[in-house]
Design a protein around this ligand. Sequence first.
Ligand code: GDP
Ligand code: IMO
Ligand code: MG
Length: 425
Amino acid sequence: MKVDVLLGLQWGDEGKGKAVDVLTPRYDVVARFQGGPNAGHTLEFEGQKYVLRSVPSGIFQGNKINIIGNGVVLDPALFKTEVETLEASGHDLKQKLHISKKAHLILPTHRLLDNAYETIKGDAKVGTTGKGIGPTYTDKISRNGVRVGDVFHDFNRKYARAKANHERILKSLNYSYDLTEFEKEWFEGIEYLKQFKLTDTEHEINSLIHAGNNILCEGAQGTMLDIDFGSYPFVTSSNTVCAGACTGLGIAPNRIGEVYGIFKAYCTRVGAGPFPTELLDETGDAICAKGNEFGSVTGRKRRCGWIDLVALKYSVMINGVTNLVMTKSDVLDELEVIKVCVAYNVNGKEIDYFPYDINARIEPVYVELPGWQASMTKMQSEDEFPAEFSAYLFFLEEQLGVPITIVSVGPDREQTIERYTGEEE
Ligand code: GDP
Ligand code: IMO
Ligand code: MG
């Protein structure tokens, strides 16, 4: 019996969807614990590509139970579209997808509020995904939210009350809108949702643990977007860190076993906010082009930069990472030199810890390592790794103090190389 967690260590889009899909055969249950349709988790196998937003990434590997936990925020209209698309491609989800009654619903007016708040922030806008995430979590915390379980209890009154609150705010902001189409799709989504198993998933998940099942908790976004520990205020509105798996699913902290921390061999960020190692030059453009760094939800160009070990060490610490997963190393295949940020220079002072204010002027301090300049996409085992790549892995492991147990060398499920396999129990 074990509960493991897989989560992002950077600013999201590290390849969580692919990694969860690869690990799912070892588990009986896959559960999302936070976030909502701001996530876009991409999986590729057998020549097909899927982008998941609210549905956990364990749905393609056999008949595993997939849970959308209480920590998630759900937009019924987007959920309906997502599931219908998956069902059209031959994947039946109704029996294996279970949804927490305690998950909060994203209302049509939450999306409007998200956009209205961004507009009034002007230059200081966060660059949200526009999915209503912030306003929905705000209502949850201020005890004004509407939950999935409410669809069976006095729902219309609860909806109308929340909507009226939102409309008052929108009016005060002079925000003009037309809800008709939005609301129609949303109510169709509510009816659609009723066909799913809506349960107290905290009971279900604990019963499954007691019965000896293995659970994999899937994070969304990344540690640098965490509401408490990320680059505030340029963050999302949930706890993306490991502790979020406990509150977002009802799993006791002492149940958590392995923590898989996933990161790219470089770094990306989508939306506004500080990014110390950002590359605003041809190298950045080359990484963006080769890595196809465009948002899977919004299509926005992702900002690209060198790997940042100051931020990664912080993420490893906050999450108690036991295994590292490195993705997209193939994107760096052609580079002659690879830079690794090992410290920050802040106002002339060198620091190696993640500071309170990363919005301040930070000059990254780099170590340069030789590139491997060989294509890695077809490699099957670490015996084939070029010496320079092995040296890169070794350097990162030494700095981070955690083994890199999985290396991803391409988007496909098969392009995955495991290390230290002989040393597992
Ligand atoms: P997630 O949000 O963490 O699940 O990541 P996304 O799916 O948003 O972004 C990761 C992108 O990189 C997707 O398009 C994946 O198909 C792709 N990807 C994942 N691993 C690799 C890899 O090792 N190499 C390459 N080239 N692409 C990868
Ligand atoms: P996955 O799970 C990358 C970013 C947005 C914005 C900030 C707040 O695919 O890694 P929000 O809509 O959450 O209020 O936006 O967070 N963001 C993500 N960036 N990957 C994601 O998810 C993200 N989800 C939100 O761009 O900067
Ligand atoms: Mg993504």
